[in-house]
Design a protein around this ligand. Structure first.
Ligand SMILES: [Cu+2]
Length: 419
């Protein structure tokens, strides 16, 4: 083989991915903010190991994974910026200046907006995810954490100004404060239920979870807990609600219908935060006092402990088990099988040439394909925009097929289906 063709082969190989046995995480990746290290630990929840450490803005506090799983936003509470991590490379790709002391973060179900509690400037910032620019703010005294309703229309914000502790209810389309609900003690966290009807609130010095009805903003129940509950959350599709209880170092489980405690699972020291894994059967809890995370089976299986950095606080897990999930198409007998696949925005399609002859991929929208997909090779494309994508084999144009991409926000994902 001539050197030139070797180079051409190497260039085309850069676009190709192995058909099977690809290296990389076995499960969704979790991003853990280490408060005292100014780093984020990346944990492979399938392989039970820390796979990367990423320096971020000082005092990592809020963390969210974008709805399409491609980016992670981390607020530096000791800075004035958010660090943006690309999940494909686990490197910082951007820094967004948002104002002094950013804390809690949340994204809208359609993935378009990121809300950031700018604690040092008494406002909640609205960030356009596509342009990564702050486009507006709503005044809220000492905002700490943010939770967005499943319909994307409201946000609840814990407001920690001394003497005026409250839950601020924001109207998102109007970018206004719709209501201010006074509470007796410092609100620590609040989380809206998947049906949007309930908010679970924890407060400093109160060994209970207060359950608010979002229709009336009144307390309708209290769930007694051990000392220092930090976060109470009912994740979509999960078999039980969970409460991270710092004093005893446990994840308490509760029945969302009766608000009764149904069990508890021991985790590490001074647990801080929790997120759910895809499938909603396992949760990941950060242990600030023991510098590790606990992977907890909500059905009561063994707890796996994974070391991370110094003082892990917030954690966010990717919404899907694998970035290369999506759909698979096999090329066989001079045809695409199946010739129609349906995926969601952010998903990928992987084509493998399982035929005896070379094929290719030509996309009608002009996106790069390949003219040389040899037997045994495969090719992947990520689809970020909803639509119908027709394609052909670039070697045999009579081979036609299509990919239908629907918007994540229009799917059941935001309405309580397991994510
Ligand atoms: Cu072909």
């Amino acid at each position: 083989m001539k050197p030139l063709s070797l180079l051409a082969l190497a260039l085309s190989a850069a676009l190709l991915v192995p058909a099977a046995g690809a290296a990389g995480p076995a499960g969704a990746k979790a991003y853990v903010g280490n408060f005292k290290d100014d780093t984020v630990s990346v944990v492979d929840t399938g392989g039970h190991a820390m796979v990367a450490t990423i320096p971020v803005a000082a005092g990592p506090d809020g963390i969210v994974v974008s709805r399409n799983d491609r980016l992670v936003f981390v607020s530096g509470s000791g800075s004035s910026s958010l660090s943006v991590i690309d999940t494909a490379t686990d490197r910082i790709v951007d820094t967004i200046e948002v104002g002094k002391g950013p804390q809690g973060l949340a994204t809208t179900p359609d993935g378009r907006w990121l809300l950031a509690a700018i604690n040092g400037e008494d406002r909640v910032a609205f960030i356009d995810v596509a342009s990564r620019k702050v486009v507006g703010s709503v005044a809220v005294p000492k905002p700490h954490t943010v939770s967005i309703s499943p319909d994307g229309k409201q946000a609840y914000v814990s407001s920690q100004a001394p003497g005026q502790f409250a839950l601020a209810v924001l109207d998102l389309p109007g970018r206004t404060v719709a209501a201010t609900v006074p509470v007796e003690k410092t609100p620590r966290d609040l989380e809206i239920s998947p049906d949007g009807k309930t908010v679970y609130v924890t407060m400093a010095g109160a060994p209970m979870v207060q359950v608010f009805d979002t229709a009336t903003n009144k307390v309708v129940a209290q769930i007694p807990t051990g000392v220092s509950p930090h976060v109470a959350h009912l994740f979509a599709g999960a078999p039980a609600g969970v409460v991270v209880v710092q004093g005893p170092g446990e994840l308490m489980l509760f029945d969302p219908a009766t608000h009764a405690a149904t069990g508890s699972i021991a985790v590490g020291k001074q647990p801080h935060w929790v997120d759910i894994l895809p499938g909603a059967r396992q949760a990941l809890v950060t242990n600030e006092g023991s510098n590790n995370v606990s992977l907890v089976d909500l059905g009561g299986g063994p707890v796996v402990t994974i070391p991370v950095g110094n003082a892990p606080r917030k954690v966010a897990v990717q919404h899907r088990a694998s970035a290369a999930g999506g759909a698979k198409v096999s090329i066989r007998d001079f045809a695409f099988g199946p010739d129609q696949v349906a995926i969601r925005t952010g998903d990928s399609v992987t084509w493998s040439n399982d035929d005896g002859a070379p094929h290719g991929l030509g996309f009608k929208d002009g996106a790069p394909g390949t003219n040389e997909l040899l037997p045994g090779q495969s090719f992947s494309r990520v689809f970020d925009k909803a639509g119908v994508y027709d394609y052909v084999c670039s070697v045999h144009p009579y081979m036609t097929a299509k990919v239908t991409v629907s918007d994540l926000s229009a799917s059941a994902d935001s309405l309580g289906a397991p994510r």
